[in-house]
Design a protein. Structure first.
Length: 402
């Protein structure tokens, strides 16, 4: 299961126009396996209905200190939470929390919990920029409260500026980071992603079907666990949250150069990219015209980046390869692991439905140098990434340099 599976999260919703986004945040948290307990302030009920949030959460909305089944609902919620999330957090809520004023169920729960708290402000730009708001947030930060700052964008009333609630995706990613063990803090992880493209002429390439989604999921997982991630990528996907340095490349030679520059200083190297095995010996400088007839394209082997890494692997480094197969999955993966001196190889049968290229899901067998293979059934690619990083962390030398 994922990072949020079984986690108990209290989501507090206050009275701002951005309250509608809390519905999507709640849905995503529940889909990720969390038990979500919603609290709505009286102001929030002017913007969204209790029944909507109750239907999507793990239990009905609570809003009062006096009308609930428990005589002390704030204590029950605060003590049972793994994390308390407030989204959106209005200037009023931020001020009351900073001042320690318990005026409703949400503020009472915030004061009654020792769990991590994530506050996601949302308000008009003039309010967001007011010194009182920033002083209150500074106070909360000093006390260990986490703040996900608002974005710039369209606000209520047609205004544009900073103060827009962070996206549901960003909020859930922040929750995952807070609830993910920081077992890679101080470590550097190199991840390659996407398929290389080898030019035939000025407009045509030899390529493969890799979308880069699995590599980006691995990078996101490593970053969420505290790693500095060097992401060598051939695709233009959104950069994962966290400490991620993207190195854009296109060809196998460019990828090799980027990997050679960074790999030696990395604790873990995960080669998720699909590197072309062959490239044209020469590429035409212009476009080859169709009326000239079909050209003869002479191919040569590209550099074997993974084998080179295995041959020069520093002591203590964990090297992970990928193998996209269509037959003899386990035998081919085990042979590749030994031949290229890998610690792990992640094998998948791309002929199966929902597996591999372009899908949002994958199913893999993680073959280890020592120990039985680990099978991960069809899951979303972030879940696959979590299993891969778990396996790499399990063999990372505890005394290796962070």
């Amino acid at each position: 299961m994922g990072t949020l599976a079984g986690k108990r999260i209290v989501i507090g919703v206050t009275g701002g126009i951005a309250a509608y986004k809390a519905v999507e945040v709640c849905r995503r948290l529940v889909d990720a396996g969390a038990h979500v307990s919603p609290i709505m302030t009286k102001g929030a009920e002017h913007f969204i209905g209790r029944s909507t949030l109750s239907a999507l959460a793990s239990e009905p909305v609570q809003s009062s200190l006096w009308d609930e089944e428990s005589p002390i609902p704030h204590t029950r919620l605060g003590q049972g939470a793994d994390l308390v999330l407030v989204a959106p957090a209005t200037a009023r809520l931020i001020g009351a929390y900073a001042a320690g004023i318990s005026s409703d169920l949400l503020t009472a729960t915030l004061l009654a919990t020792r769990a991590p708290v994530l506050v996601c402000p949302a308000m008009h730009t003039e309010m967001w920029e007011h010194p009182a708001v920033h002083d209150n947030l500074a106070t909360l930060r000093r006390r260990g409260v986490h703040v996900l700052e608002p974005e710039a964008g369209r606000l209520a009333g047609g205004d544009v500026g900073r103060g827009r609630l962070a996206s549901p995706e960003a909020i859930v990613a922040a929750v995952e980071r807070l609830l993910t063990p920081a077992d890679l803090h101080g470590r550097t992880v190199l991840v390659t992603a996407g398929g290389t493209r080898e030019p035939i002429d000025a407009v045509r390439v030899i390529a493969n079907r890799s979308s880069g989604k699995q590599g980006y999921a691995v990078a996101a997982e490593a970053a969420s666990r505290g790693a500095h991630v060097v992401l060598v990528s051939t695709v233009d996907l959104p950069v994962p949250a966290g400490d991620v340095q993207v190195v854009p490349v296109e060809t196998a030679a460019q990828m090799q150069d980027a990997v050679d520059r960074h790999a030696a200083s990395c604790n873990i190297v995960i080669m998720a990219a699909a590197v072309a095995d062959f490239r044209p010996v020469t590429a035409a400088s212009g476009k080859i015209k169709k009326d000239s007839g079909a050209p003869q394209i002479v191919l040569e082997a590209t550099p074997d980046i993974l084998a080179s890494l295995g041959a020069h692997k520093p002591a203590g480094q964990v090297l992970v390869g990928f193998a996209a197969e269509t037959s003899d999955l386990l035998a081919n993966a085990q042979a590749k692991l030994l031949r290229k001196n890998l610690d792990l190889i992640v094998a998948n049968d791309v002929s199966q439905p929902g597996v591999g290229f372009h899908h949002d899901t994958n199913a893999v067998t993680i073959v280890r140098r020592h120990g039985e293979p680990l099978t991960v059934s069809l899951s979303d690619k972030r879940e696959i990434a979590r299993a891969v990083v778990d396996a790499a962390v399990a063999i990372l030398a505890p005394h290796s340099e962070p």
